[in-house]
Ligand binder design. Structure first.
Ligand code: SF4
Length: 426
């Protein structure tokens, strides 16, 4: 059955998993908050069994690297700076171990968020290895005689760091009231739900009860509170701004777009592909269009491909993925290889290709030009982007030149140089 916040009651966990119970309590707890629209809720998760709960939600969801969900949530909370938005992190005890300092920093700053730590005392997704929160005596795959030293008391740690609210409880019965209480806290709240993992925990600790295990290890249910003002925004700390303010792009030009264009800019790392895509994005936004941009490149700096995906639309863009592109702007072999599958799927639009490249098989129109020559390889993508605007006319060239003038690129490539290079193209 679909709820207001969760699309289904069927949780994706093993039979008897404690995560299921917490997942079910969430719908009720959120429903008891005053007028919380699902789109005012941001759910942040990372790797681990509990991380897959995000696909159940009808809210905004962000799925990060293992242990980094609290760091992501901190950025989201500080960036939004809006107490009416609810930011909830679901993390396992494994993720909490990996990202412990992110949790402590968020607690220390008393960032507005609720962190639900699902402590089943092991890494469930990888087969039951112990985490930093595994209590003394608890047996796991790699500690068959039980943990010998004390596990981390997360609630005490975050309380010492300054968390407004820290609570440990057993994930049993209806815990929605506690979750509701945590969600209502101004500032940082953490709920550590102690659970059993039927797939990996019970088989190594047969017949044990949750309270027996945690009582013996000194990890009993607890509530710890600090009276501290929430850290709503990072805009000013001691009079200094922590962030460079986001520049608003004002809509000052008109456009000729009907619907949307999905395109890729593909070239080599270090050749300005991402900057050219950003310029195109800003220019389109200055014409009142909605834009999303996704950049990808290898972790090694300045080596390999660089690919930018852009969606430019007259309507709001809800989903930022691209299944089919209408245009591809390609300047190098690296870019061509990376964008090939999308290019081969093109059925309309144009492939703009540098003359140094061999045209791949495609049903779409191919336009070949020497983009790498007029201003050098490092500006080939910029020239291609400018040419794309000129050829399609979906936005005025003035919008592109204005975006260029406001960017750092304009120092090396002023408008006159770009105009001259555009004339040199066929
Ligand atoms: S492996 Fe354990 S923690 Fe993961 S879903 Fe199954 S029971 Fe739950």
């Amino acid at each position: 059955m679909s709820g207001v916040y969760l699309s289904t009651e069927n949780q994706p966990f093993c039979k008897g998993c404690g995560h299921t119970l917490v997942g079910r309590a969430i719908e009720k707890a959120l429903g008891n908050l005053e007028n919380l629209d699902p789109l005012d809720l941001v759910v942040v998760t990372d790797i681990g069994c509990i991380g897959i709960i995000d696909k159940q939600f009808k809210s905004h969801t962000v799925h990060g690297l293992h242990g980094r969900s609290v760091a992501l949530a901190t950025g989201i909370s500080m960036g939004l700076s809006d107490p009416s938005k609810k930011i909830i992190v679901f993390i396992g005890d494994g993720g909490a171990t990996i990202g412990l300092h992110h949790i402590l920093e968020a607690a220390h700053l008393n960032i507005n968020m609720t962190v639900l730590v699902h402590n089943n005392m092991l890494y469930g997704m990888t087969g039951g290895q112990p985490s930093g929160l595994t209590p003394q005596g608890f047996k796991t795959l790699t500690m068959p005689d039980g943990r010998m030293d004390h596990g981390t008391d997360l609630c005490q740690l975050v309380h010492s760091a300054g968390a407004a609210y820290a609570r440990r409880l057993y994930a049993m019965g209806d815990i929605s009231e506690v979750l509701e209480e945590a969600f209502k806290v101004d500032g940082f709240s953490l709920v550590e739900a102690v659970e059993f993992c039927p797939s990996h925990g019970i088989k190594f600790n047969p017949g044990k009860k949750l309270y027996e295990l945690t009582e013996k290890a000194g990890l009993l249910p607890i509530l710890l509170e600090n009276n501290k003002a929430p850290h709503i925004s990072a805009e000013k700390v001691d009079g200094e701004s922590l962030f460079t303010p986001v520049k608003e792009v004002k809509a000052e030009f008109s456009h000729n777009l009907d619907g949307r264009i999905s395109l890729i800019l593909a070239g080599s790392a270090g050749e300005g592909v991402q900057s050219a895509a950003e310029l195109l994005a800003v220019a389109a936004m200055s014409c009142g269009l909605s834009v999303t941009k996704k950049g990808s490149y290898p972790v090694t700096v300045g080596v390999g491909f660089s690919l930018a995906e852009l969606i430019i639309s007259t309507d709001k863009i809800d989903y930022t993925g691209i299944s089919k592109i209408n245009a591809a702007l390609v300047t190098s072999v690296d870019g061509l290889k990376k964008g090939l599958s999308k290019i081969e799927n093109m059925t309309d639009g144009t492939l703009y290709l540098d003359s140094s490249l061999e045209a791949p098989e495609t049903a779409t129109k191919v336009e070949i030009n020497n983009y790498r020559k007029p201003m050098g390889p490092r500006s080939a993508s910029l020239l291609q982007a400018a040419n794309f605007v000129k050829e399609t006319g979906f936005i005025p060239m003035e919008a592109f030149y204005k975006a260029l003038a406001a960017s750092r690129i304009s120092k090396a490539i002023p408008r006159e140089k770009l105009e001259k290079a555009l004339k040199e193209l066929n």
